[in-house]
Design a protein around this ligand. Sequence first.
Ligand code: C2E
Ligand code: MG
Ligand code: MG
Ligand code: MG
Length: 285
Amino acid sequence: RAKLRGRNRSHHFSPDMADALYRKMTLRHHLTLALEAETFELYYQPIVDMKSQKLKGFEALIRWHDEALGHVSPAEFIPLAEETGQIVPLGKWILKTACEQLALWREKYDKHFIMSVNLSRAQLQSSLAPTVEALLHQHGIPPSQLALELTESTMLQDYDEAKQCLDDLASLGLELYLDDFGTGYSSLSQLQDLPISTVKLDQSFVQGEHKGSQAIIEATRAICEKLELKVVAEGVETLSQLHYLQKCRFDYCQGYYLGRPMPAYEHEARHFSLQNHVPGTKYYY
Ligand code: C2E
Ligand code: MG
Ligand code: MG
Ligand code: MG
């Protein structure tokens, strides 16, 4: 197999490559159809405030169930949509849908809920801030209740242009989160240079996948404290992980232990109760 790979590396077209290309072309085609038909859905995963021990809000995560292809993971189709530019209209739909949901929930359940939305690099254009501002206004959402998540690698191309866009968003009063912290191409100076309020430590550290995961968790907490940044732990799957993060004084936690990403109606049916309680608590919103 290795030999085959080596030989194919130059310019021969291997069956693997043909499969991958076919899959990509199929996805691309169905993505176009899905964009027209708006057959995407947003799921919402709880984010818990460790201090008040209440539900702080949700991260919106896109889901795509295609009639022909079945469930397609965002980890597969988001990068593809980024490649084709389809992420721009898709990203608009995501922002609009998340704001609509937040407005409904603020009105019906809790006016303090925060909604967190993932952004791709291509969305960081000069038109983004005015678009978001109009959306917030239309739905009567205070800017501080919308958070936008970006990854470290987002900032790789055209740093100055991206930074300008983030500065515009921040001056509207939005919160900016740095997602998947610790796995990308971060430089610690970005933490100071960009107008971010919050760091999301990548789930691989919480799950102890790296040598020295605990040291990294504790060091991240310390850096964030010094720089006056809030810190979220992602991927909390067990009670002992939660206890540990509580001991490290993380501001927020998110993960399957507390709640899976779910459609809006499921949160409502469960009265926004979490999967498992933070030790010592009873009520969530
Ligand atoms: P992300 O923004 O870092 O989102 C967290 C991912 O971790 C989600 O995967 C979530 O379902 C998963 N997760 C949450 N808690 C746990 C846990 O306790 N254990 C484990 N093993 N996983 C957990 P998902 O929904 O498949 O999304 C994957 C990635 O796709 C996201 O990573 C994000 O980069 C991207 N993505 C998802 N939705 C959107 C979107 O609306 N827009 C953009 N631009 N990207 C999105
Ligand atoms: Mg995220
Ligand atoms: Mg993440
Ligand atoms: Mg991720």
